[in-house]
Design a protein around this ligand. Structure first.
Ligand SMILES: C[S@@+](CC[C@H](N)C(=O)[O-])C[C@H]1O[C@@H](n2cnc3c(N)ncnc32)[C@H](O)[C@@H]1O
Length: 279
């Protein structure tokens, strides 16, 4: 795991409160990578990533889902609309909570979705509350990932599933690669990035059985070429600077993350783990 100790939780919250409209304009309804099979549009690629994770998790009709780090509610709505799930979304951002709730209402999904503004590292749910714990690109922002997975495993019903997509540090990186990962952590407000092996160990330590640990790096990297080109084309930097230069540092780090993927300093992982069924 590679850590960036200067990151603070209040700054992560502020970042998502401020940057969410930028993400929406720059990228779309999801704040996560696209998954490309061929030359799909970014919008299709974003939905494909969600659907790939849902397929890997074998999402079933009517499941109770916890969407950790739900952003603008893109995954939550898709799981509710396409899979008939009942979804509780949690975000650290008040802006995102309101955004997600309003979008669910507009799409007629109010009864199937609920959005909470809370820190996932301190929120609590009753044991055996959910069939599926879903999280796309949020665990990067957690300070004690091992402790989070231990608590989250309690919230799952026996036989329940954990489905995670996460930015990863590569295994056995050299000094230059370590610096690339550090720069990404700093630019995107991640207190640390774990390796694939770290995640698998955290799952096992939480009593979960790892079913899949897939490397999707080659399928998702194009995301950053598109974002970099869009930032330049849309001249977003001057607007960002007027708002809060420090908070929008990520706009200047798209090439950094692209370089980190291409050098092997970073990977993109998809994980499925199950809680053993009760005897
Ligand atoms: C990269 S965005 C991903 C959003 C969403 N999963 C998606 O794919 O569109 C990261 C999300 O994690 C949330 N987040 C970060 N730290 C959090 C925390 N401690 N508790 C809850 N949510 C958190 C942010 O508010 C944001 O919604």
């Amino acid at each position: 795991m590679i850590a960036c100790p200067s990151i603070e939780k209040r700054v992560i919250r502020k970042h998502y409160n401020l940057a969410t409209p930028f993400y929406r304009v720059l990228w779309g309804r999801h704040i996560h990578h696209g998954y490309w099979d061929a030359d799909e549009s970014p919008r299709v690629a974003q939905d494909q990533l969600t659907d790939r994770l849902a397929a890997a998790a074998q999402v079933a009709e009517g499941q109770a889902v916890l969407d950790v780090g739900c952003g603008m509610g893109g995954s939550s709505r898709r799981l509710a609309a396409q899979y008939g799930c009942h979804v509780t979304g949690v975000t650290i951002s008040t802006v995102q909570r309101r955004w997600a709730a309003a979008a669910a209402w507009r799409h007629g999904l109010r009864r199937q979705t609920k959005f909470l503004c809370h820190d996932a590292e301190t929120i609590d749910f009753a044991p055996d509350s959910f069939d599926l714990l879903w999280s796309i690109e949020c665990t990067e922002h957690l300070f004690d990932k091992a402790a989070f997975f231990r608590r989250a495993a309690e919230w799952l019903k026996p036989g329940g599933t954990v489905a995670i997509c996460a930015w990863l540090s590569g295994e056995n990186v050299n000094e230059a690669q370590r610096q690339q990962v550090y720069d990404v952590c700093e630019g995107f407000f991640c207190p640390s990035l774990g390796t694939s092996n770290d995640y698998q160990q955290w799952f096992r330590d939480a009593g979960l059985v790892v079913e899949r640990a897939d490397d999707w790096t080659d399928r998702v990297t194009r995301t950053w070429e598109i974002c970099r080109d869009r930032v330049n084309r849309l001249a977003m930097r001057p607007v960002a600077k007027m708002l809060d230069r420090g908070q929008l540092i990520f706009l200047d780090r798209f090439q950094t993350i692209l370089d980190a993927y291409l050098s092997g300093a970073m990977e993109y992982g998809c994980f499925i783990a199950r809680k053993p069924a009760a005897n």
